[in-house]
Write a protein that binds this ligand. Structure first.
Ligand SMILES: Cc1ncc(C[n+]2csc(CCOP(=O)(O)OP(=O)(O)O)c2C)c(N)n1
Length: 536
């Protein structure tokens, strides 16, 4: 118990305010210490049965708050279930601290119950994996070091850290055990290192474009610098820069069709662009070799051939302040004219429904978590740029672009931000994480709405070369349906009901009024976006 108390005390003095805990016996000392801290109002706790969902919820909380979130698990397979979220946290530079309980060292490799090699389990994705023995006396120092690594203060970038802790019985507090006094002092972030002046970098370039990928808004001063220099910006939806006056809606089409594309002198990468092949091609060119704006060492340089990696400061997402006046710029004027001339309109029901979700979320100023696959790509093509919307924040797990953990991440975003969250995703993405709708009867509810664009399987593959191959023969079509599209038998409404979520089903044209009602409680809206969807 003493080690567990010391760990929790060190978490609090190290600035951890949120803990996600999955139940277990070996981790009980941590649970008791955390319960005490929660009762004292020092941490907020979410209890989740499924460790995979627990870890994705922790990821969502960390995204929303910007602070490291601790995840507590028991030993064995429980630990392995953290892997997907920790891998995403690695790629997306999100601070997490996995506290994984273990049996004492002498029971390792003996066949002892629920005992596996946990110590090196996250070596490939964690900033650090540290083990604490049952009788460790240096827990405080180790927690402080772990948090520094998770924040990217002593490691190349923010990310996940594992602290594996052995516990020996008794695993419960003993009579007469005094609860440890909890620290009063609030954690103070060390002053952020100053980065380069981005406006100066952009102003020195002849005819640049900024490619703003996921989380580009985590770079301090980027929105102001882009605007002050009237730099055209190709802003993916989760860059949260699409509303800038120099953002372009149809940049992917323009890259292919407009003569302006050949005049680009410099490509400046911010955040993590992943959505389209033309942009991937653009940022992989040797000439002009890209310039990368990097707030930490998890930056995008696909060929390793960047002309320059410019160190910039990390900022609070969304805290951009007043934007400067957009100066006159023939380069930008030409791009804006070309963009208006394209005026791309969505053509498929999925694209139209995705756009309806975007427009309503923008109007209501919601937090919108966009699932991987076709939905985010539809928004990338059609969500109108340069439209001001107060409060819209777009999130996406683009670190590894998984279709897993989406609902659990949204749950964490809602808890962490204290704001209603809307998720929009495909049917497979929903089925993959439907069990994350589960809530402990003693857990606080969240305002979370999941909009499932149901097109009967993974439509993304139809737009890739697999779709072309499928169209060549009946056997090809069957193979495509079975191995790629993989339509599922499950009922979205049935699952929603089973988990106690409100449910509505509509077609494309019925969506807007449902959205206008806002996000309240846990709800699922199934939108039928496939013409050949059978009634279920
Ligand atoms: C964890 C994980 N498994 C598999 C994939 C590969 N994958 C990418 S998109 C996709 C299909 C998604 O289908 P759906 O959620 O229905 O969205 P749609 O393609 O219809 O937009 C799959 C399986 C992935 N990205 N992540």
């Amino acid at each position: 118990m003493a080690t567990a108390r010391e760990i929790v005390t060190a978490l609090i003095s190290g600035g951890v305010r949120d803990v996600v805990l999955a139940p277990g016996s070996r981790s009980a000392p941590l649970a008791y210490a955390i319960a005490q801290a929660e009762a004292a109002g020092r941490v907020r706790v979410l209890v989740r049965v499924d460790e995979r969902a627990a870890a994705f919820s922790a990821l969502g909380i960390a995204l929303a708050t910007g602070h490291p979130v601790a995840i507590v698990t028991t030993s064995g397979t429980a630990v392995a279930n953290l892997y997907p979220a920790l891998a995403e946290a690695d790629a997306a530079a999100v601070p997490l601290l996995a506290l994984t309980a273990d049996r004492p060292r002498e029971l390792w490799r003996t066949g002892a119950n629920q005992t596996t090699n946990q110590v090196a389990m996250f070596d490939n994705v964690a900033r650090a994996c540290v083990h604490l023995d049952a009788d460790a006396t240096d827990a405080s120092a180790i927690v402080a070091e772990a948090l520094a690594a998770a924040r990217g203060l002593s490691s190349p970038a923010p990310g996940p850290v594992q602290l594996n802790v052995s516990f020996r019985p008794p695993l419960t507090p003993e009579t007469g055990d005094e609860p440890a006094p909890l620290p009063e002092a609030d954690w103070q972030a060390p002053p952020a290192p100053a980065g380069a002046d981005i406006a100066e970098v952009l102003a020195g370039l002849e005819a640049p474009v900024v490619v703003a990928g996921d989380k580009a808004d985590h770079i301090a001063g980027l929105a102001k610098a882009i605007t002050a220099t009237a730099t055209p910006v190709f802003a993916e939806p989760s860059s949260n820069l699409r509303d800038l006056p120099s953002a372009l809606t149809s940049y992917v089409a323009l890259l292919a069709e407009s003569p302006l594309a050949a005049e680009i002198s410099d490509v400046v990468i911010a955040g993590h662009p992943t959505l389209t092949r033309p942009v991937t091609e653009l940022i992989s060119r040797p000439d002009p070799a890209p310039i990368v704006l990097a707030a930490h060492d998890r930056y995008t340089d696909l060929t390793g051939g960047a002309a320059r990696v410019v160190r910039v400061a990390a900022g609070e997402p969304g805290a951009r302040g007043e934007l400067p006046q957009l100066p006159e710029s023939p380069w930008l004027t030409a791009w804006l004219a070309a963009d208006r001339a394209v005026a791309a309109r969505p053509t498929t029901p999925l694209e139209r429904a995705a756009l309806t979700v975007w427009q309503d979320s923008a109007r209501q100023g919601l937090d919108l978590l966009v699932g991987s696959s076709s939905t985010i790509r539809a928004l990338d093509r059609f969500a109108p740029a340069r439209e001001q919307h107060a409060g819209l924040r777009v999130w996406a797990n683009r670190g590894l672009a998984g279709i897993d953990g989406t609902i659990a991440t949204g749950w964490g975003l809602a808890l962490g931000s204290g704001r209603p969250v809307r998720i929009v995703c495909g049917d497979l993405t929903f089925f993959h994480d439907a069990s994350a709708l589960l809530r402990g009867t003693l857990e606080a509810g969240v305002d979370l709405q999941v909009i499932v664009l149901n097109d009967a399987g993974g439509s993304i593959f139809a737009g890739l070369e697999h779709g072309e191959l499928a169209a060549t023969s009946e056997a090809g079509a069957r193979r495509f349906a079975r191995y790629f599209a993989t339509e599922q038998t499950g009922s979205i409404g049935g699952l929603a009901a089973a988990y106690g979520a409100g449910f509505t089903r509509c077609r494309e044209e019925g969506l807007a009024p449902l959205l206008a009602a806002g996000v309240s409680g846990l709800t699922v809206i199934e939108v039928e976006v496939s013409a050949n969807l059978q009634d279920r």
